[in-house]
Design a binder for this molecule. Structure first.
Ligand SMILES: [Zn+2]
Length: 254
């Protein structure tokens, strides 16, 4: 009998020695679980398939010297096409890095698990733009992790922003801010705030409905990525890779 049998998605792989790898699994029941996979990078290893990035699998783990060791694993969904498209891979990596930073070990987290599972599904098999899926994931992740940005009420005074003509988005103040609270800072369009409100209303299996024009997608990402880095600085590297591949340069507004 294994010490732990769990279903999880591979959100990080770190190679060591010639053929070994440490996986970080994201499970719904136990949150983040780190586990060693010995010799899994050998072509003949039975663990080869289930230890690839983004795989969703069922794993049997043994506990040995304060570490989990993977004894057996079975691929439930490989999300294989992600590894063949650099923009989709970068979007998936950004989503995984948020989970790596924002999900705790030994803490049940079905909401974010479901969000990641469906986002990877649409990134892999949907027709959606990877930037749309990343923007939607960022916002919904922040919401579920307790870092939801202000998008309907001013982050400073709490006033309803929906009738205001001039609005700004200030990552260090908590999101959208009215003109009275901040006369300077990057502007955010009413369209972007409305699109974000709508993204929060969808169920996870409806994420494929998110389809934005490039300018709108670029604007939302250009606000949410700096905002996310403020709470989760560890996502810097994945965010830089993603931005370099996906993000159109937003028009500068003062
Ligand atoms: Zn205000």
């Amino acid at each position: 009998m294994a010490d732990l049998t769990c279903r999880g998605m591979v959100i990080r792989t770190v190679d060591y020695r010639d053929n070994d790898r440490i996986l970080t699994l994201f499970t719904a029941e136990q949150g983040r679980v780190d586990a060693k996979a010995r010799s899994c990078r050998k072509a003949t290893s039975p663990l080869l398939a289930c230890t690839q990035p983004f795989v969703y699998g069922e794993y049997q783990l043994f506990y040995h010297k304060n570490k989990y060791i993977i004894d057996q694993g079975e691929v439930l969904e490989s999300f294989y096409p992600l590894r063949e498209d650099v923009a989709r891979f970068a979007a998936a990596s950004l989503c995984a890095s948020l989970c790596l930073e924002g999900v705790q070990a030994e803490e049940r987290n079905e909401d974010i698990f479901s969000l990641l599972y469906y986002t990877l599904t649409f990134l892999t098999y949907g027709e959606n733009d990877p930037g749309d899926m990343a923007a939607c994931f960022l916002l919904r992740f922040l919401d579920r992790a307790g870092f939801r940005p202000a998008i309907t009420h001013c982050a400073v005074c709490g006033r309803d922003l929906r009738e205001d003509p001039i609005l700004r988005f200030l990552p260090d103040r908590g999101g959208a801010v009215c003109a009275a609270c901040s006369p300077v800072g990057r502007r955010v369009s009413k369209t972007a705030l409305e699109a974000m409100r709508r993204m929060l209303l969808l169920d996870d299996d409806q994420l494929g409905r998110v389809k934005m024009k490039p300018e709108l997608r670029g604007e939302i990402l250009s606000h949410l990525i700096p905002y996310s880095k403020g709470y989760l600085p560890g996502i810097e590297k994945a965010a830089a890779l993603f931005t370099s591949l996906n993000l159109p340069a937003p028009a500068e507004t003062e």
